[in-house]
Ligand binder design. Structure first.
Ligand code: ATP
Ligand code: MG
Length: 556
């Protein structure tokens, strides 16, 4: 479909505002994470959307940390989030902001609301406030402190700020309507007391604004035009607008909140709280465990920024919640790596093969394409000798029907090399196969032998034992057995077999690569060299297998 012709609903709203000249044709968005955890792929969607839309309209995007919860936030998260946004390929230029930079402005604005009779200090406890709030079917009850005088409210709010009261002893509330059909409008809390050290303002404050109050002000202060957020804030939009009623913008402009459906992906957890639980319980090795759907995790897993941007583009934005199949994300990764990365041979579960009629001590170099689909990546030489490794599951002693790989008395071609035939199976006392004895057809050398074109049914990848590189191969499966429904104990869904570690043998060429380099291992999938790699220990992660379940689903 032509992207230009099919604008999404957010772009339609922006066009509407441009036509009406609401913002002087400015488009200014923001990405506003709370620095209380690492970003996940759901956030990537929000990042791509906010930065992407601004780019499309020649606008700007701010990176703003919504740091109004001192007990849960920290500088570790701020730094991780900055790194993730940059890695995805977006730049906030000089527009890095913190909500905590505006604490004085928030405070002054709250004082203004008190003076206008639009806010009051309440002594009810948190539980009482909840009780008084009412339900969907019943209106709320007014607090006995609702009608305090402006003077008393000003004095109490000042005392709250000065630290005269303990956490929870008092709050500042908006004076709106306890009978509103929208519960969010029933005198919501604007400020609460929290005696905690803030990662940027230290001990300066012991009162902190609530998200719903701070967020619209942050947008207004930064002169954001379109405040794009997820659907759960739809019912908060009246409050967003209420908070800005007394805001004075020099050009009379107020930001517009637009909601879209959050991204959910099958068999992935998409909540910082749950991701933190996985880290804290030691179920994963950290926020950047390659099984985690965090940006740090998928980066280490070997996913690429281009693939994630492509994925976000393909899923688009919608107004209704849905769950995207993880197979689409994997498809995007394969598409990005397919032509760019070299293809090497690595045996993940090695089985030794001795070619008995090949000269002892002999060796020769075979020519291999670095990527059969992209000649520009050139060719390389692979050594061949009498002892090689093949994949253990490429051999079956009693082959099932349609097993076109190696079996006793059967022939296969070794990729880029010769045709071999299995003559003998060697086992240890336990009956485990330890070695195969094969013969080769000296005329069958790929490309040059007289029998180079002789057809056999199977072609296997292999590695020369003489110069193979040992490699630890980490194979991943999804972290959850099923799609997280949102309720219930998601920890019960954790897949106990999400990581399998194998000790493989790679062709020599792999030794020349470094951490972060990616390739296809023929017949096995795409891999990346992991940061656990040391001088004498090579570790690779499987990024994604080769089988394209997404393309298959599309054909059905
Ligand atoms: P979580 O629910 O994982 O804790 P959050 O929404 O609390 O996420 P924030 O740091 O507040 O995390 O989010 C920053 C921005 O990212 C917000 O604008 C939020 O709407 C958006 N966002 C968070 N999760 C998703 C998601 N799954 N899909 C799309 N956008 C998301
Ligand atoms: Mg949040």
């Amino acid at each position: 479909m032509d992207q230009e012709l099919t604008k999404n609903f957010i772009e339609n709203f922006i066009d509407e505002d441009n036509e009406a000249n609401t913002y002087g044709r400015r488009v200014h968005t923001r990405f506003p994470p709370e620095p209380n955890g690492y970003l996940h792929i759901g956030h990537a969607k929000s990042i791509c959307l906010n930065f992407g839309i601004a780019q499309k309209y020649g606008g700007m995007t701010n990176l703003r940390f919504d740091d109004t919860n001192p007990t849960k936030e920290g500088v570790e998260y701020v730094n991780a989030i900055k790194k993730d946004v940059e890695w995805l390929g977006f730049s906030w230029d000089d527009r890095l902001f913190f909500a905590s930079d505006y604490f004085d402005i928030f405070y002054d604005y709250a004082v203004k609301l008190i003076k206008l009779g639009k806010a009051y200090v309440d002594d009810l406890t948190g539980d009482q406030i909840r009780e008084y709030r009412g339900t969907f079917n019943e209106p709320g009850k007014e607090s006995p402190f609702r009608n305090r005088s402006v003077e008393e409210n000003l004095r109490l709010f000042t005392e709250m700020k000065e630290g005269k009261y303990k956490d929870g002893e008092k709050v500042l509330r908006a004076k709106i309507d306890m009978a509103s059909p929208n519960i969010n409008m029933r005198d919501p809390v604007l400020y609460r007391i929290v005696h905690a050290v803030h990662h940027r303002t230290g001990n300066k404050w012991c009162i902190y604004p609530i998200y719903d109050f701070a967020h619209p002000l942050e947008d207004a202060i930064e002169r954001v035009t379109h405040s794009i957020c997820t659907l759960e804030f739809e019912d908060h939009r009246p409050l967003y607008n209420w908070c800005l009623e007394e805001w004075e913008d020099p050009q009379g402009q107020k930001p517009r909140q637009i909601e879209f459906a959050r991204l959910n992906i099958t068999q992935m957890v998409m909540s910082k709280r749950k991701l933190r639980l996985l880290v804290e319980k030691g179920i994963v090795s950290g926020w950047d465990d390659p099984r985690m759907p965090t940006i740090a995790g998928i980066r280490r897993r070997g996913y690429t920024p281009a693939a994630i941007r492509d994925f976000c583009e393909r899923i688009g934005v919608a107004k209704a919640d849905s769950t995207v199949d993880a197979a689409l994300l994997e498809y995007c990764i394969r598409e990005d790596l397919k032509l760019k990365m070299p293809r090497l041979m690595t045996v993940i579960d090695p089985l030794k093969v001795v070619i008995t009629n090949y000269p002892e001590g002999g060796t020769e170099l075979m020519e291999a394409d670095n990527n059969q689909e992209n000649e520009a990546l050139g060719k390389r030489k692979i050594s061949f000798s009498r002892t090689i490794y093949i994949e253990r599951n490429d051999f079956m002693e009693r082959p099932v029907k349609k097993f076109f790989r190696l079996a006793p008395g059967k022939e296969v071609r070794l990729k880029y090399a010769y045709i071999i035939k299995c003559e003998e199976v060697i086992k240890d006392e336990s009956g485990r196969i330890t070695e195969l004895r094969c013969t080769y057809d000296p005329e069958s050398r790929s490309g040059s032998g007289a029998n180079a074109d002789r057809k056999v049914k199977g072609t296997l990848h292999w590695v020369n034992a003489a110069d193979a590189v040992d490699v630890e191969v980490r194979l991943y499966d999804s972290l959850l057995l099923d799609t997280d429904s949102g309720d219930g104990d998601f920890l019960a869904q954790v897949n106990p077999k999400s990581l399998a570690v194998c000790h493989g043998k790679a062709e020599r060429a792999l030794a020349a690569y470094g951490i972060g380099d990616k390739f296809q291992f023929l017949r096995q999938g795409y891999f990346v060299i992991d940061e656990d790699t040391t001088e004498d220990h090579l570790v690779v992660n499987r990024i994604v297998g080769l089988r394209d379940t997404w393309a298959k689903m599309q054909k059905k």
